[in-house]
Design a protein around this ligand. Structure first.
Ligand SMILES: Nc1ncnc2c1ncn2[C@@H]1O[C@H](COP(=O)(O)OP(=O)(O)OP(=O)(O)O)[C@@H](O)[C@H]1O
Ligand SMILES: [Mg+2]
Length: 296
């Protein structure tokens, strides 16, 4: 048995065990175009979901950039690469954010599965498993656009929030992302639910018309369903909160954007979502990303 086969077997076994154990609900936040509000959404949703009694961990998979760190004004000492490659423990890389929300920085990412040895893979799966038991919900904040990383994360997630603004390029880039997703070998529309979040809109109707525009082309040309999640209005409190390094849900809880996050979090908790049939935890998503299962 070669080294790669050996690792695939370890991962397979792990995924089988994972199915029997508690896994967190993983929600992946993505967008076609950059700067449309993924990090704001991840953070403010995390706050509202925490208020509702969930334990939430945010994973920053926008490798290289450190967005959330800026928004909460704290910098983690270590990142995911330090854990997998340099043996740091999970607790070393977890940063405590507001309200007990914890945050993990992806760091520069782990791009080559070939670089990881068997012990590193086992260690990573073990630590991830621990992570899942610590959280009810894990929010993955991805980078924007169609990259290998984003596509793998999105295709292997069960719940995806696609953030889009009414800007024409934001809508066309969202469509490009969905088109690439539709073609992606790991994507199965039965297993991945994609919900559109219309951000920076004038009002609900504005958001609905954005959804209708995008959904018209999606339903015509792609073999997948796009759900409508809701809207976040354009709100100047958002930029003020960035300067204060305090998310709007905490700095201006009465503002219209903060109120919209409350509604979205409630809808997420009250709505039905695919979770119990086929569990896909963080290690499933990561092993996909690392292409460990390639050749299965
Ligand atoms: N609803 C909103 N109203 C007003 N401003 C907003 C809104 N949502 C986000 N913004 C502003 O847009 C900017 C980009 O937001 P954010 O950093 O969340 O986007 P992003 O998609 O994570 O960006 P990147 O692709 O660079 O990671 C921020 O300055 C933020 O304050
Ligand atoms: Mg961001």
């Amino acid at each position: 048995m070669d080294q790669a086969q050996n690792l695939r077997n370890i991962v397979k076994q792990h995924i089988e065990t994972e199915k029997q154990n508690k896994t967190a609900r993983v929600i992946t936040v993505t967008s076609g175009k950059g700067g449309v509000g993924k990090t704001s959404t991840s953070l403010n949703l995390a706050i509202e979901l925490t208020r509702m009694g969930n334990k939430v961990i945010i994973f920053d998979a926008d490798f290289g950039l450190a967005n959330i760190e800026v928004m909460i004004g704290a910098v983690p000492r270590y990142n995911l690469s330090d854990m997998i490659l340099r043996g740091k423990k999970l607790e070393d890389i977890l940063l405590d954010g507001p309200m007990g929300i914890r945050y993990i920085s992806g760091g520069s990412g782990i791009n080559h599965f070939e670089d990881l040895n068997k012990d590193q893979v086992i260690y990573m799966l073990h630590e991830f498993h621990q992570l899942e038991t610590m959280a009810d919900i894990i929010i993955i904040d991805t980078g924007a656009g169609i990259s290998h990383t984003v596509m793998e994360f999105v295709a292997s997630s069960m719940e995806v929030i696609l953030v889009t603004t009414p800007e024409p390029t934001s809508i066309t880039d969202a469509y490009s992302l969905l088109k690439a997703l539709n073609r992606h070998e790991g994507f199965d529309p039965e297993n991945t639910e994609v919900k559109l979040l219309a951000n920076k809109v004038d009002d609900y109707t504005d958001g609905q018309s954005l959804y209708k525009k995008l959904n018209m082309v999606v339903s015509k040309f792609l073999d997948m369903k796009l759900e409508f999640m809701g809207v976040i209005p354009n709100d100047s409190h958002m930029s003020k909160s960035i300067i204060m390094q305090k998310p709007v849900a905490l700095s201006f809880p009465k503002s219209k954007s903060a109120q919209a996050y409350v509604e979205l979090a409630e809808a997420l908790m009250n709505g039905t979502h695919m979770s119990e049939d086929e569990k896909r935890g963080l290690s499933y998503i990561f092993t996909k990303y690392l292409k460990i299962r390639k050749g299965d």
